[in-house]
Design a protein around this ligand. Sequence first.
Ligand code: URA
Length: 210
Amino acid sequence: MRIHVVDHPLVAHKLTTLRDKRTDSPTFRRLADELVTLLAYEATRDVRTEQVDIETPVTPTTGVKLSHPRPLVVPILRAGLGMLDGMVRLLPTAEVGFLGMIRNEETLKAETYATRMPEDLSGRQVYVLDPMLATGGTLVAAIRELIERGADDVTAVVLLAAPEGVEVMERELAGTPVTVVTASVDERLNENGYIVPGLGDAGDRMYGTV
Ligand code: URA
C-alpha cells in the first residue's frame, strides 16, 4: 500500500475551513466537493489512457482518451456520497458503484449492508471514496471486497487520515495494489474514535445532522 499526502496551498486552505467548527453545512459540502476535485487530480495521475487519432481545425494529430474498461468510482455510504460529484467531475467516463458499510457494534467489525457494483472487476481501476480514514476497518473491508471481485488497482480518496488507520491499512493490505490519497495525516485518534484535530463527524457536518 502507498500513501500520498497532497501538499498544495489550495488543499490546505480548504481543509482549514472544513476543520473550523463555525463552517455551516452548505459551505462544508461545497468545500468538500472542491477538495475532492483537487485530490482527484492527484489520485488519477495513473489513470489508464489510450492513444486516439483526431483532427484539429489545422491538422490531423494524435492524443489520449481515458481507456476501457471504464474506471469505477465507489463511494462508501453515507458520507462518501458527498465526495462523488467532485470525483466524477474529473472522470466523466467513470461508472459508479455503491457500498453501504456499517460497524457491527458487537463485533466492532465493518459489515456490508448494501452493494451495487459489477460482480467482475477484473482489469478495472477503482476509486473508493470515504472522507475519514479513522480506524481503517471500513476501508480495509471495502477494499478487500473490491479486490475479491478482481479489481487490480484500487485508490482510496480520503479527506483526512489518522496514523492509526494508515498503520492498519499498511498491515492488512500489505502487498496489494492500493494507494491512499489524502489531504492530511492528522495527529491521532481519540478515545471515541474521532480524528484529532480532525473535523468532527464528516457525515453529520455534510448533511446537517445534529
Ligand atoms: N468518522 C468521522 O466522521 N470523523 C472522525 O473523526 C472519525 C471517523
